[in-house]
Design a protein around this ligand. Structure first.
Ligand SMILES: Nc1ncnc2c1ncn2[C@@H]1O[C@H](COP(=O)(O)OP(=O)(O)OP(=O)(O)O)[C@@H](O)[C@H]1O
Ligand SMILES: [Mg+2]
Length: 249
């Protein structure tokens, strides 16, 4: 499938006098792994928050799969097939890996049906097992999430987002804080996943971004400074001074 899966037009988000997003225009093409880069405070996370319905935009339009979701709720957007992970990792530490995935799978159907029947239970079981397998977490299924390595927590978080069966997955700095080996393993998993669902990744590590992405969107001061392929972006003088000047990545 090709064509835009996400269209962001003139999107603004103001916090008091601060324009965290000052008129963002961007499209995400289906079938192409898209990275968003930009210095701290550029508005990257705010853009994810606005796209997923966590924050209402002050102005502009957001279309997902051709459908206007600008005023849709978090739940509506999730049910349409848009999922995300958070910049600060969030899993249930007291539960096992499998329980975390099971609850995520179960809640997808259970939001409007709090008393799950045997069928939704079975489906959640199957889905939790499939996610354990896909993320290579089966050997850790009974481990409490609190005891996981940082890399495994990141994969579990991705698994929780995948439990909603998204068409588009937004990852906010998924490898932040990882060493080289964990980074490599997580990046490989993201690359694999991007073959079956569309992915947008916010990432500071330029090497990873250039390695993994098909398209790069560069943000600065709440706007899109440039977009293009890794080759185009690496040759863009404006990007080099604005982005690399502010972040020695
Ligand atoms: N809920 C909020 N209330 C007030 N200001 C906010 C809020 N969320 C973000 N901001 C401000 O909006 C601007 C953009 O923040 P945002 O978190 O989107 O940046 P970012 O590009 O994700 O940065 P980082 O790379 O550090 O994660 C910053 O100046 C931030 O302080
Ligand atoms: Mg951020």
């Amino acid at each position: 499938m090709s064509g835009p899966i996400l269209e962001i037009a003139d999107v603004e988000k103001h916090f008091g006098g601060l324009a965290a997003l000052g008129g963002v225009n961007a499209t995400v093409e289906s079938g192409r792994l898209t990275a968003i880069i930009g210095p701290n405070g550029a508005g990257k996370t705010t853009l994810f928050n606005v796209v997923t319905g966590i924050l209402a935009p002050s102005a502009g339009t957001i279309r997902f799969l051709g459908r206007d979701i600008t005023r849709s709720s978090v739940h509506e957007i999730s049910r349409l097939g848009l999922a995300r992970t958070l910049q600060i990792k969030s899993v249930f530490h007291g539960l096992t890996v499998r329980e975390n995935l099971w609850i995520a799978a179960q809640s997808r159907e259970g939001v409007f049906k709090p008393f799950a029947n045997a069928k939704t239970c079975r489906r959640a079981n199957e889905q939790a097992d499939a996610l354990l397998e896909e993320l290579a977490l089966t050997r850790l299924a009974s481990q409490q999430a609190a005891n996981l390595s940082y890399g495994d927590v990141a994969l579990l978080e991705i698994g929780i987002a995948l439990a909603t069966e998204p068409k588009l997955l937004l990852l906010d700095e998924p490898i932040c804080g990882m060493g080289p080996a964990e980074t490599e393993r997580t990046v490989e998993k993201i690359r694999e996943l991007s073959k079956r669902i569309d992915i947008v990744i916010i990432e500071h590590d330029i090497e990873v971004v250039f390695d993994i992405s098909d398209d790069i969107i560069v943000m600065a001061l709440g706007r899109v400074l440039a977009r293009g392929t890794p080759a185009e972006i690496s040759e863009n003088a404006e990007v080099r001074s604005a982005y690399l000047g502010d972040d020695d990545a």
